[in-house]
Design a protein around this ligand. Sequence first.
Ligand code: NAD
Length: 589
Amino acid sequence: MRWVESGDVRLALYEQGDPAAPTILLVHGYPDTHRVWDEVAGLLDDRFHVVRYDVRGAGRSGAPRDGDYGYDRLAADMSAVLDAVGEPGVHLVGHDWGSIQSWNLIGRPGIKERIRSFTSLGGPHLDQAAHFLRHGSGREVAGQLMRSWYIAAFQLPVLPEAALRLILPRGLERLVRAADGVAPRDGHPADTVVQDALNGLGLYRSNMLTGRRPAGSSGAGSTAETPVQLIEATRDPFVSSALLASTHRWAPELWHRRIPAGHWVQRSHPRTVARMIAEFAGHIEGAPPSRELRRARTGGHGPYADRLVVVTGAGSGIGRATARAFAAHGAEVICADIDPDAARRTVDGIVAIRTAGGGSGVAHAHRVDVADTAAMEEFARLVKDRYGVPDIVVNNAGIAVAGPFLTHSVDDWRRTLDVNLWGVIHGCRLFAAQMVERGEGGHIVNIASLAAFAPSRLLPAYSTAKAAVKMLSDCLRAELAGEGIGVTAICPGFVSTAIAANATYAGAPEGLSREREKEVAEKALAWRGYPPERVAAHILRAVHRDLPTVAINAEGKAGYALSRISPALLRRLARLTGGREISGLADKR
Ligand code: NAD
């Protein structure tokens, strides 16, 4: 630690990492100290020169005798820090009040030339906030005001001081634990938190609701010249998404990223925050952008632009149509199938469509047997190493074994459960783990079926596996919601694909030969005339809207409704699904 003089205040400055490396300057918020950044600083100091300081009135830094915490003084403090660091340019990162003040300071001559990039967390430009309060929709403004009531309360005399003395530090510890799931640790909240909070009231009183525009404010409509990375913590109880939505107006060179987290995101998700800071600073220094960074900047190349999508069973039917649909909307799609030639044909089709101007997506073919644990682990590793963490995974690969229960061999059961259930389990466990580790959310789609809730006499193993897939999806959805990862179970009725032609016929049901059964099944699916492309469209919509369960087509919807209204009727109908009835139906067509 060393001291930096700024007028009548001495600021405590902390540095770590190689001073020759690019400098990251971390500015804390209210009522924190530089120690709120401990984890992030520790994750950055192998590649960066990391600088932190306690802002005036916080931690070991002195408090101004005249109580002036206005922007001019804060600008003088930052200038003094930049002088002491002596770098021509730094990458500035601000959290909460550290971000609010930085938005103002990066517009000031003398500072703006020395800021190479700015990463903002949990604190908007105050001009932006004022503009939002004046022009935002009534509901959104009311929502934000509910989050910001304390700002008005802090303007009152004496009362806030008394309240803060009463509730701190336990109140803050409880808030951080409840809202962010983060336990207090040495340095956060700091030992000095009560005095820091009392001093820091000056930030609110000097800069907010004063009725005058702070000196150096760039004013509504004016914009930052610095490249800005906005990291939005989507569950921040103090800053709403609606308020941040217009950030691009204040920063035309904006990268907008999201972390499913609360306000103290650098404590709850230090790895994700450190990675985002490093990626952004690295990119501004000249490194090519990561896919996630590219995506944070894109907007116009389709809703799935720069999304990485994995589709299993992409060589045929629903998988092929889904891979094509994502690619047509700009995604990079990994088409995985046990049949490598079929996967390759899907990729060729995507390339042909792109060449003809029908989409901007890229696709790659890979062979994998979803039932093979080791192969799936290897595949997941390969995807991560070669392409990155997928944003969307569609566990689609599936097979059908048809015939009565008593004709199913043990191998029939094993293979059905291995592909249809274990394949989905592997896809979920391997890729969900990657998504959670990355900390930027994602979506998993599991292809179940009408068979998940409608019993039949013809598909006992298949239906059992699909029911398990539906339940797995619901369990996983509950578990991963907190990570910003959506899980959808897709339940189509009959879809005209090759599944019947590819199916195994375990044994002829009463009154039907195996050949006849296969013929009837193929005929019935073809006759149904429901194309896989329509299922794919439902899948894209389900991901976009984060839907839990989507029943598709008339029989899919009717089956789903009946399973909730009258399971007994479904059970009765199941008795009809024997060989004679099906054969009779097929002959009539
Ligand atoms: P399909 O037979 O046309 O395609 C399935 C694809 O999965 C094929 O390319 C196949 O090679 C691949 N595959 C099979 N086993 C695999 C494995 N072990 N590893 C990797 N890939 C494998 O069938 P479809 O109708 O497109 O089926 C896709 C999914 O939709 C399946 O899960 C199926 O159960 C489900 N589904 C289909 C229907 C329907 O009526 N077609 C209805 C409801 C649900």
